[in-house]
Structures are given as structure tokens and as C-alpha cells.
Design a protein around this ligand. Sequence first.
Ligand code: TXA
Ligand code: MG
Length: 348
Amino acid sequence: MHTVIIKTKHGKINSKNMKSAASAIRSGKVVVFPTETVYGIGANAFDEEACKKIFEAKGRPSDNPLIVHVSDLNMAKTVCFISKKYEKYLLKVWPGPLTIISKAKNTVGKIVTANLDTVAVRMPSSSIALELIRTSGVPIAAPSANISKMPSSTSGKHALAYFNGKVDMILDAGRTKYGIESTVLDLRTFTVLRPGAFSVEDLTRAFGKKPRVHSENVVSIKKVRSPGMKYRHYSPNTPLFLYKGNIRDLNKMLKKHKKIVFIGSDNACSMIKGVQKIRLGNYQEEIAHNLFDALIKLDSVKAKFAVIQSFGIEGFGLAVMNRIEKASNHLSFKNEKQLHKLMNVYKK
Ligand code: TXA
Ligand code: MG
């Protein structure tokens, strides 16, 4: 398939290109576009045939529902029910990196909701995404633009590597603002189903109450798990192990293993000697922003194993640790013995 690639200048897209992207959406085509979190792979949410193509391009299982992107509250109400109680809060937090789960209207197809009676909806703050939805005049169903189970695209470069030749159009606007996906909040139970770029602290401030966090997302800092199922998510192909200890001790453990790559903050990287390193920056925002890029880079380094450090779970940290736990398939270690055990399992 020929993919039309449109590069934006200074974060802007000219109106001719915007119109052709919008008409592609309206005519049932698939367009990869930037949002403030990660790139999305989108199609008209009211067009089941078009949405089917998203699942095919990603290799996404059909039981994983899509997020519907809208440009205003009225458009949101064409796809889901929003109680008066929550309307005023949504006007406060949208546009932004918060996805809500609410009861679906029958305007959206079963393929989008994966047969659930709820639908995920968000209003992105990226001006390109908003303009694309507005110009199309229809809500856009879009999961993250990555091949299923691989790390999400945080730059046009990633999106091209995944989808050039597999979709109708790619809008390349360089790097996204946050680099981590939106927070998924179930409005009915006020529970965070996926931590993301809208922190639990910010949710608490905006809604005046603390959301519950689904137990699957509560990071098990102390728990050391042994290799289990090989099902992975956000995962590089290189086996990745999470280190849950002191960086100074890690330096001694890694020295003997030349083929390991270490992924960590700039500060941690400066303490680790003699192995290849991928730096994430020092501030929480930088680390969130650089994480997926680092996981994608990792596979081009051709290391045998990779080790990533753990971070605190305040603010963006909860989302960062959630992605790291998944990318490492919950394989973690605290000492040399546990590291060797992990390496033995993955030795080819
Ligand atoms: O930042 C983001 O959210 C990006 C950009 C493109 O907007 N999108 C994204 O989509 O990350 P995706 O499909 O990769 O993740 C959507 C998540 C999945 O975990 C999915 O299972 C969940 O939202 N989800 C969607 N509909 C749902 C529903 N009705 N009930 C519960 N979870 C739902
Ligand atoms: Mg995704």
C-alpha cells in the first residue's frame, strides 16, 4: 500500500494537507496522527469497515477496544452518556491526556467497543489532533500507533517505522509532548484502569476526590517475580529486567557482563561503568518522555539483555513504572543470584 507522508513544519499543518487528511478519514481510510501523548492510528469511529483496518494494521486482538477521540463535549455525547455531575469536570480537564470510560451509545460499532456496553472517549489537546477531528466532522477511533505488544510511537520516526506501507496516511509532527499514553478513568466507579499522563494527584485536584487505582496497576515494589508467561506488552525484543535495588550495587553486578545494556536516569547512568547505556534524563517528565524511545532504541543496539532501574511512583512515576513493569514482563531482580537466574532462562 502506498502511504502518503505529510511532515509538519513547526508543529503546524497547512490547510490543504489538513483537508486531505480529513477527507481520508471521512472516506474510510486509516490515518496515523500525533496526539500530545503518543501517536494514534485512526479511522472514522462510525465506520466499522474502516475501524477493522486499524486492528489489521496493528495486529491487535479484536477483544481490545479502541479509544474514540472527540473535539468537544457535544461530540463526546454522540458516542457516550455523560452525567450532568461529570460534565463540569470534563470541561475543566479536557482537552488533555485523560480518557474516560462511560456507557456507550449505539452510534459506535461493536468493533470499536469490542462488544462492551461502555466506550473509551478522550479529547486530545494536540492542536493537530483536534483540528483533524474538527475538520473530519466525525469522532476518530484510534489506539496507540504501534504494532500490537510493541512500545508506542512517541515520534513520527517511530510511526513511520511501524506503519509506512500499511496505512493510507501518516502525519509526522516530530516528538509528542508527553511520550506516555493517556490515563484511562472509569467514570462509573471512578477508578483508574491505566495510569498515564494525567497523574492521580492531578485527578484528585481536578475532581475533588481521590480515584481508586485498579490493583493491576499498583506497582509491586517489593515483590520479586520469577520468569512466568512470555506474554509481553510495550516490549522490546531484547529481554528486559527490572532492577529493584541500589544503583551502586548494580554497578558491581553488571561489570562482568559485557553484553548488557543499562537503561536509567542520567544520574544512574553516570554511576554505572563498563556497559552500554541508554539515558532517560533526570526529571520525571523527561523520563516519561524518553522511555518508549529508549525501549525502541534498545532493539537496534543488539544486546543480549537489558536492565532498567526502577523509579518512584508519585506523579508521572506511576505510569512510568506501570509501563516498565509490563515491558519487563514483571521480571525483576534485587541481587546477583536473581539476575543470573533470569539470564539463564533467556539464554539462547
Ligand atoms: O494516549 C492515548 O490514550 C493514546 C492516544 C492515541 O490517544 N491511545 C491509546 O490507545 O493509548 P490504546 O488502544 O493503545 O489504549 C487504550 C486502552 C486499552 O488499554 C484499552 O483496553 C482501554 O483503553 N479501553 C478502551 N476501551 C475500553 C473500555 N470500554 N473499557 C475499559 N477499557 C477500555
Ligand atoms: Mg496501546
